[in-house]
Ligand binder design. Structure first.
Ligand SMILES: NC(=O)c1ccc[n+]([C@@H]2O[C@H](COP(=O)([O-])OP(=O)(O)OC[C@H]3O[C@@H](n4cnc5c(N)ncnc54)[C@H](OP(=O)(O)O)[C@@H]3O)[C@@H](O)[C@H]2O)c1
Length: 353
């Protein structure tokens, strides 16, 4: 296939480009040349997706079998690229998010549920990321009716992860010693490796597939215990995980998700986060590798050079618990455990008298 990527040099985009090249596809990348290098074997066209003239110059006299747009965050900007590429590509594939869905039952989302009501020409002022993604999807569906492939990933992990969730755990655990872990090791988690999404999208495109797919991975495909245990194994630092009560952590001001990445306790805002259904994608070929493989490969990638923080995330608070706060909360948890142990011993002592 001849594939045009809008983006393609950081994480999921890079995984898609690498796999497309490995499969022998003819690959063109359109981006500003700031976020990362163009892999060898791919053609680079420099330009800003917000610039209509640059998009027109890109499309002039050229055609592709498909566009893969991995960096659409503003409906109006996506609408601009969709319009510029109409007549120049057969299919427009767009990487959205499971957050584009507006209703979040505790049982998780599936493709039948409604999306946020955001217009296909909305600009980002005052509209949150989740709704903007739904608006971007509409821009693609309107411009390529019946010829749009939309994927709604859940939480993506894997080599080159730029949000820093799994990298934070790996780097923290790699320091050795004792590391706080949230709640129970048995808590189910649902993650997907970027490379598995890449395989699925390229398979679907090669088969001429279109439509909408949640790509969140297999429900409960790992647990916090397995995930963090895999981090201990991968880093080889002999780190001890100290599982602390979730309420205790929250009472000590530790924020789920942002300060402790991938920790989603039983609170209403987190309902259904690990329960989305990828049944449709799984039935049509999505395959998900074991989480231990993802963790080991991510650690290898981090050790070889880290993950640069992309521009659109700069200025946002990095994920992860500050080291001094971690140590303070760990000491408080140790105190509480010692007190609890001492109290348990008291009745024994009185029973002996
Ligand atoms: N991480 C998750 O857990 C998660 C979950 C659900 C969905 N998603 C979605 O998955 C996607 C992942 O993104 P990624 O970072 O992996 O994509 P990527 O394609 O690897 O990297 C982003 C690309 O966008 C390009 N870019 C940014 N602004 C541009 C502009 N104005 N004009 C042209 N190119 C521009 C960057 O290059 P230059 O800066 O050099 O231009 C870079 O090549 C996102 O759409 C995200 O919403 C992520």
């Amino acid at each position: 296939m001849k594939i045009l990527f809008i983006g393609g040099t950081v994480f999921l985009g890079r995984a898609l480009v690498d796999e497309a090249l490995r499969r022998g596809h003819e690959v063109t990348l359109f981006n500003r040349g700031q976020a990362g290098p163009t892999p060898s074997g791919a053609e680079a066209v420099r330009g800003d997706r917000g610039n209509e003239a640059a998009l027109r110059a890109l499309a002039e006299g050229r055609t592709w079998d498909c566009v893969i747009d991995t960096c659409g965050f503003e409906p109006r900007a996506v609408q601009r690229s969709v319009r510029a590429l109409t007549g120049h590509a057969d299919v427009y594939a767009f990487v959205s998010s499971f957050h584009a869905y507006s209703d979040w039952p505790a049982t998780g989302v599936d493709e039948s549920l409604p999306r946020h009501t955001c217009a296909s020409d909305a600009s980002p002022d005052d509209v949150p990321y989740n709704a903007l993604k739904a608006g971007c999807e509409r821009a693609v569906e309107e411009g390529f009716p019946g010829r749009a492939l939309i994927v709604n990933p859940g939480i993506i992990v894997g080599p080159g992860e730029n949000v820093g969730r799994l990298p934070w755990w790996l780097e923290t655990i790699a320091h050795g010693g004792r590391v706080l872990a949230p709640g129970s090791p048995d808590r189910a988690v649902q993650l997907i490796d970027a490379r598995d999404i890449a395989d699925f999208m390229l398979d679907r495109l090669a088969e001429g597939g279109t439509g909408r797919y949640l790509t969140t991975g297999v429900q409960g495909n790992t647990t916090m215990g397995e995930l963090l245990g895999a981090c201990v194994d991968a880093t080889g630092a002999g780190t001890e995980l100290v599982w602390a009560d979730e309420q205790f952590l929250q009472d000590h001001g530790v924020a789920p998700w942002t300060e402790v990445p991938l920790w989603a306790p039983d609170i209403p805002e987190m309902a259904g986060i690990w329960a989305s259904s990828s049944a449709k994608a799984l039935a049509e070929g999505l395959r998900c590798r074991p989480v231990a493989e993802t963790v080991a490969d991510t650690w290898r990638a981090l050790s070889e050079g880290g993950c640069p923080r992309p521009k659109y995330l700069q200025g946002k608070t990095p994920v992860g618990l500050a080291e001094d706060k971690h140590d303070t909360v760990l000491a408080a948890w140790d105190d509480r455990r010692s007190q609890a142990t001492a109290q348990q011993r008291l009745p024994d002592a009185s029973a002996r008298q």
